[in-house]
Every structure is written in structure tokens, then in C-alpha cells.
Design a protein around this ligand. Structure first.
Ligand code: GDP
Ligand code: MG
Length: 441
């Protein structure tokens, strides 16, 4: 999804004149990409109609930039699709809250239950976990292990086979013990089948949850709408959590889940461990859908680790649209300071996927070190230069000699730089939003 929309927008940005045809081509490309990403036909048709309407209306206003308008319209549409119009139930302190998790097996329910409990405990809640998955062997052990690691009380049984009975017992027990956030994990099964949905209906009727959370794997595409809708029909789903967003998935199925359940996405899972859990934020999610990396996430990270004056310098340079080797060097420096590369790198435009292979972060770190060594052998003019011709063969040879690397390595590094710089120069939406993202807090 992201790649082609980003390409469509980039193509538009490159067109000197945006006429009706460029506009129509761009819209068609966006629609095709959304369909390919398994967004439902109805939804895509709505997006197209809305963007057409918006662009036609606004473009008439004198002197407006159509390109900018369509870029903004695409982003706004995606944001609108992710917004069901009403917030989800949020647990409040001083009363018992019961939250039930539903979703297919493997979607990440059990893992996410613990993350959710841990997140709320940090907010001052007293959470407890109930394992109402009696279907899968080992389900209780898994929940027990997670809960023990997170030091959260749990309830379940190795012998009882009735999920409703366990759910009710667990919820009652923790209510009596005055826990204020009681989380019910349920079974999933591999397929959508009648028995599963009947079970969800019964557990939900018996425990009367304040909130039912539908957990979906971020990489499911076409199946998302039907899956979400089926769960919604058996238990009244009020929120969505999208897991496995640390991988390559763009999470496009989330749009369908929101449409099917009329509920917002509230959190995303970004790894297998308990802290790999983030409050859902629309802007970074949409940027990612569009293949533009998560700039605001990056800005936040940079803010955490850099002195103010350096932050501003870097952001200013990005704002100017010049992406020099020195800027890349400074990004590398920050990456080294910030630590574990995996998630962060996937948020940086131009770095995701290609620069550092997933699961190969050691090599990624080594690569950054090598690149920096080569850059250390460059002159200021070379680091700050924007003229590609500056890097002639004799300079390349000198850099290779000076850094003790091979000439091919220097050439390769320069190619990577050009590729990354190109990506950054083509971030139209981010260029528009950069200032506001920066000033958000
Ligand atoms: P359940 O069957 O719905 O309860 O799913 P589980 O919680 O057992 O998770 C299934 C698998 O997905 C496990 O191996 C988890 O470690 C993994 N998993 C869950 N959430 C995430 C996530 O956000 N990122 C990654 N990478 N793996 C996850
Ligand atoms: Mg489970």
C-alpha cells in the first residue's frame, strides 16, 4: 500500500502542472493501492469520491496549490477512516473494570493482555488476568508465565474445560479482592467457526465486560473486515488493538477493522515483549501507511536524546530540503546513542527494510560504524556539499585510503546516501507537517 501511494504522490509532486489528468491518475493509483491492501471496495469508493469533492471545491479557491491539497486530502481521508467518531471506553479508577480480549488464535491476545495490564498498572490501576482459553493446550501456562514475569495476579485452571465457568469464577474472585482492572483472555481457534463465536457470546454475556477488545495481527489483509465483523456480532467489540507492527506489515487491515467494528484502534503491539506496546496515534500510523516513515516518532526519539540546539539544527536542515552527508552522519550518531536499532530504524524514511535487514541489527550497527569511519575521512566541503559532482574519483580514492576501506565501499556508501536523501526530498506530506509535529508538545 504505502509504496505505491507514496509513489503516486511523488509523481504528482514531480509533475510541473497538475491538471485534471494528473489528478485522476493519482487518485486511480491511490485507489488501486488501497484495494491491493485489501481495503474494502466500498471504502475505497468513498475515499475516491471524498477526495474528488474536496479537491474540486478547494482547488477553485484562488492560488491554491492542488498538489498540496490532494496530499492533504489523502492523509485526511485515511485519518477519517481510522476515526469511528466516538472514543472507546477507557477504564477509570475507583470501580471495577472488566475488559475482554477476542481475536483469532495467533493474533496476539495472550501477549497483549499482559502488555495492557502492565500499561495500566503503570497508570495506577490494580490489574488481574483471567485465562478463559480452555481450548488450546498450554494456554494457561502461557498466560501464567507472562503474568508471573509482569508480576500480575492471574486465575485459570488446568482441568476445567468450560471457559464460561472459569471466566465467571475469575472475574468474581478478583472483584471480591478489589482489583479494578480485570482482563479476560479468551481462546481463538485457527478458523472463524461457529463454536468460537458462540463461546465468545457466552463468555461476554456471563462476564458483562465494560470493554471488548478485538486483537488483530497487523499483517492480515483481506480477512480483516469479516473477522472483525464476526467478532463484533458475538461480543460487542468496542476497541481494536493491532499487533506485530514491528514487522513489515503496514497494518492496512486496521482500516477495515475500524469500519467493521465502528471502534477505534487504541494500542499497537510492536514486539514480543511486555514494553513493546504503544498508544495508537493516527499521524505516525498514516505516515507509515503512506510509506513515509514515522517522522513524529523519530522527532520524539531525537528529542529524548539530543540537546535542544542540535535538534533544531537537524530539523531546520530537513526543513530546507537539503539532505547532506553531514546530516546523515548526525543521524547515525543519534542512532548509536539511542540504542536498539530495530524499531527506530523502521520509522526513518529511507532506512526501513533496505538499510538494515530485520533481525540483522548487529550487521546494521557495524555498517553504520563503517559508514561513519568513511565520513570521518571527508572534508567539511564534502560533508556539507550538495553538488554530486564534488565526489569525483580522486576524492573517493582519498576517502577510501584515509578510512582504510575499499573504494567500492565508499561508492556504495555514497549510493546509499543518495538513495536515502532522495526519499527524504520526496516527503511532501511530512514537509508540510513537520513544523506542527515539532511543536506538538
Ligand atoms: P493468541 O493466540 O491470540 O493468544 O496470541 P499470542 O499472544 O499467543 O501470540 C502469538 C505469537 O505472536 C506469539 O509468538 C507472540 O510472541 C507473538 N506476538 C504477539 N504480539 C506481537 C507483536 O506485537 N510483535 C511480534 N513480533 N510478535 C508478537
Ligand atoms: Mg492465547
Amino acid at each position: 500500500l504505502g509504496g505505491s501511494i507514496a509513489r503516486a504522490l511523488a509523481r504528482m509532486s514531480n509533475a510541473t502542472v497538475v491538471d485534471e489528468k494528473v489528478l485522476a491518475d493519482c487518485l486511480n493509483e491511490i485507489c488501486r493501492a488501497l484495494l491491493q491492501a485489501d481495503v474494502r471496495f466500498d471504502t475505497v469508493r468513498d475515499v475516491k469520491a471524498n477526495i474528488n469533492r474536496i479537491v474540486n471545491l478547494d482547488a477553485l479557491a484562488a492560488g491554491t496549490n492542488k498538489r498540496r491539497i490532494i496530499q492533504q486530502a489523502v492523509v485526511d481521508e485515511l485519518r477519517r477512516m481510522l476515526d469511528p467518531g466516538k472514543p472507546s471506553f477507557t477504564p477509570s479508577k475507583g470501580k471495577p473494570n472488566v475488559v475482554m480480549f477476542v481475536g483469532l488464535q495467533g493474533s496476539g491476545k495472550t501477549t497483549t493482555c499482559t502488555k495492557y495490564a502492565d500499561y495500566h498498572r503503570r497508570k495506577g490501576f490494580n490489574p488481574a488476568l483471567v485465562c478463559a482459553d480452555t481450548f488450546r493446550a498450554g494456554a494457561f501456562d502461557q498466560l501464567k508465565q507472562n503474568a508471573t514475569k509482569a508480576k500480575i495476579p492471574f486465575y485459570g485452571s488446568y482441568t476445567e474445560s468450560d471457559p464460561v465457568k472459569i471466566a465467571v469464577e475469575g472475574v468474581d474472585m478478583f472483584m471480591k479482592e478489589k482489583y479494578d482492572l480485570i482482563i479476560v483472555d479468551t481462546s481463538g481457534r485457527h478458523k472463524q467457526e461457529a463454536a468460537l463465536f458462540e463461546e465468545m457470546r457466552q463468555v461476554s454475556e456471563a462476564t458483562k465486560p465494560d470493554l471488548v477488545i478485538f486483537v488483530m495481527d497487523g499483517s492480515i489483509g483481506q480477512a480483516a473486515f469479516d473477522q472483525a465483523q464476526a467478532f463484533k456480532q458475538s461480543a460487542s467489540v468496542g476497541a481494536v488493538i493491532v499487533t506485530k507492527m514491528d514487522g513489515h506489515a503496514k497494518g492496512g487491515g486496521a482500516l477495515s477493522a475500524v469500519a467493521a467494528t465502528k471502534s477505534p484502534v487504541i494500542f499497537i503491539g510492536t514486539g514480543e515483549h511486555i514494553p513493546d506496546f504503544e498508544v495508537f496515534e493516527v499521524n505516525p500510523f498514516v505516515s507509515r501507511l503512506l510509506g513515509m516513515g514515522d517522522l513524529s516518532g523519530l522527532v520524539n526519539k531525537i528529542q529524548e536524546f539530543m540537546p535542544d540546539n542540535q535538534q533544531m539544527q537537524i530539523m531546520d536542515k530537513l526543513g530546507e530540503g537539503t539532505f547532506t552527508l553531514r546530516l546523515l552522519y548526525e543521524m547515525f550518531q543519534n542512532l548509536q546513542r539511542i540504542g536498539p536499532l530495530g524499531q527506530l530504524v523502521s520509522m526513518i524514511p529511507g532506512f526501513s527494510g533496505q538499510f538494515i535487514e530485520k533481525g540483522n541489527e548487529k550487521e546494521g550497527q557495524a555498517k553504520i560504524k563503517r559508514y561513519m569511519t568513511m565520513m570521518d575521512s571527508m572534508t567539511d566541503a564534502e560533508l556539507d556539499g550538495t553538488d554530486p559532482k564534488l565526489m569525483n574519483q580522486s576524492r573517493i580514492n582519498r576517502i577510501a585510503r584515509g578510512s582504510g576501506r575499499r573504494v567500492e565501499e565508499v561508492v556504495h556508501m555514497l549510493d546509499e546516501y543518495k538513495r536515502i536523501a532522495k526519499v527524504w526530498k520526496k516527503l511532501p506530506v511530512l514537509n508540510n507537517n513537520r513544523r506542527s509535529d515539532m511543536n506538538r508538545d
